[in-house]
Design a protein around this ligand. Structure first.
Ligand SMILES: Nc1ncnc2c1ncn2[C@@H]1O[C@H](COP(=O)(O)OP(=O)(O)O)[C@@H](O)[C@H]1O
Ligand SMILES: [Mg+2]
Length: 282
């Protein structure tokens, strides 16, 4: 059961920086929002956040750090992004946010919990590594997606993270879900499978855990281009391979987060009644 009342929480994380965590979290969120789900994307890369950059949003103040300091409500920090997705942005270069104390982490969880009932799904875009924030947020997640690339360094760090999660779970007696693996920058479906299978074999041997593959994404000029144009590739009008791949990953969550039965349209203004005001962004 999610830490955030009944709203499922999915953490997108990875051992290494630059492997595509933000790209996956942002586009996965947009893909699910496109299908009528009320999705909240939380920037949990608290020291060096950049989810808003992925969406080309000119997010001003306030951000999570101000809500944590009690200077504003968490609702005031929320901005609306593509496909009606809601984003809870963090600040970048804020040293005090790079690693939260356990008290502040609990307070952040409480702030998210406060708005959770307005959403069908919460996705967290995590920092890299095995720091206490990553382990702490993974321990309250319903599902953990670990992004890796075929590169040996990324794969080694993905294993390191799975091992750290395993040890953290044992030490704190928390049942952390076995992470699912997303292979980014793959040359094709076969390489995606091979990389995930290599990681699974090592985990089965040394951790008695069997992480499944949640999907893959191609190394792609289209993804690069969308990223430099600050627009999510999940919104590409033509059905491209990249989009099929992200919708396949999203399909792993459709059971966890069914769309609201009464209001499938994002244009319904009553969809998120408690979240006002949401600044309009050009
Ligand atoms: N499949 C891909 N093909 C091409 N470029 C990608 C792909 N995935 C991510 N990128 C690019 O790699 C860079 C790092 O991605 P990002 O999602 O920010 O990584 P992380 O959040 O893990 O640090 C970004 O410029 C992004 O556009
Ligand atoms: Mg990132």
């Amino acid at each position: 059961m999610s830490a955030f009342k009944k709203t499922p929480f999915v953490l997108v994380t990875g051992g290494k920086g630059g492997v595509g965590k933000t790209t996956v979290a942002g586009n996965l969120g947009v893909e699910l929002a496109r299908t009528g789900r009320r999705v909240l994307l939380v920037d949990l890369d608290l020291g060096l956040s950049n989810l808003d950059v992925l969406f080309g949003l000119s997010v001003g103040e306030p951000r999570i750090d101000r809500a944590l300091a009690g200077e504003c409500s968490v609702q005031e920090c929320i901005v609306e992004g593509p496909a009606g997705i809601h984003l809870l942005p963090a600040s970048s270069g804020e040293e005090s946010m790079a690693q939260l104390s356990s008290d502040r982490r609990a307070k952040l969880a409480a702030l998210i919990e406060e708005i959770a009932p307005s959403y069908d799904l919460i996705i967290g875009d995590s920092a890299a590594g095995i720091g206490p924030d990553v382990l702490g947020f993974a321990s309250v997640a319903d599902r953990v997606f670990i992004v890796t690339t075929p590169e040996l360094a990324a794969l080694t760090d993905a294993y390191g993270l799975i091992k750290a999660l395993d040890q953290f779970g044992a030490r704190t007696a928390v049942d952390i879900p076995t992470p699912e693996v997303i292979v980014n920058h793959a040359s094709g479906v076969e390489e995606g499978k091979a990389v995930a299978s290599k990681l699974r074999t090592i985990c089965e041997r040394f951790l008695a855990r069997s992480p499944r593959q949640a999907g893959w994404l191609p190394r792609s000029v289209h993804i690069e281009r969308c990223s430099s144009h600050q627009s999510p590739f999940a919104l590409t009008p033509k059905r491209a391979l990249e989009q099929l791949c992200i919708s396949q990953i999203a399909s792993r969550l459709t059971h966890l987060a069914p769309p609201p039965p009464a209001s499938p349209s994002r244009s319904n203004p009553d969809l998120i009644p408690s979240l006002t005001p949401v600044p309009r962004l050009g």
